[in-house]
Design a protein around this ligand. Sequence first.
Ligand code: SAM
Length: 200
Amino acid sequence: MSDLDRLTNLYWALCSVLRAEVPGEVVELGCNAGLTSVMLEMVLEAESPDRTLHLYDSFDGLPAPSHADQYLREGDCKATEADVCAAFERWGLRRPEIHAGWFDTTLPQQLPDRVAFAYLDGDFYESILTSLTHVWPRLSVGGSVLVDDYCDRLASPRAWDGLPGVKKACDAFFADVPVRSRVLVGAGDLAFAEFRKTEA
Ligand SMILES: C[S@@+](CC[C@H](N)C(=O)[O-])C[C@H]1O[C@@H](n2cnc3c(N)ncnc32)[C@H](O)[C@@H]1O
């Protein structure tokens, strides 16, 4: 889940927000066993240690897919909170704030009031739409949302197209929301898009 393309792009996307001193915390929606979370915390500790990393996951795997989803099934990608804690301990990192439960239950109450950077990796249409619905209003101007599995073959011909619900959810959400978006490319099959908030 955490190849070099992904980690490199994640690093620069997060760094650019932190170095611009955009206010708010850092969140990952769909942390699984914490492999990318470890990277986010390493960057935070080096660049902006006053901020906290918040992680969200059902720890029960994926929900039921919608008509827009394919490839993965309900219950796939299951990890535990203990897996996340073990990964952070292995790397000698501060323990993050972990919010266990389905996004539609946790996000309305448990997101920080202000978010500077969000990494969305929920795989399915409804999971991404729910994530954007709750994160975007809390995102600071200048902040950004990085979405994994957003496949736009016109912009990035090698991108992996296994989870088409992700792009559909983003396109639906941003249809009438002002945003600066870009598709990121890598040497392999990276499918990443960044959505930056430019106005309140
Ligand atoms: C691909 S994994 C995340 C991988 C992780 N970001 C990484 O790169 O190591 C997707 C995760 O999203 C979680 N997830 C998806 N939809 C969810 C929802 N609606 N509520 C809570 N968790 C959800 C799943 O449990 C799963 O662990």
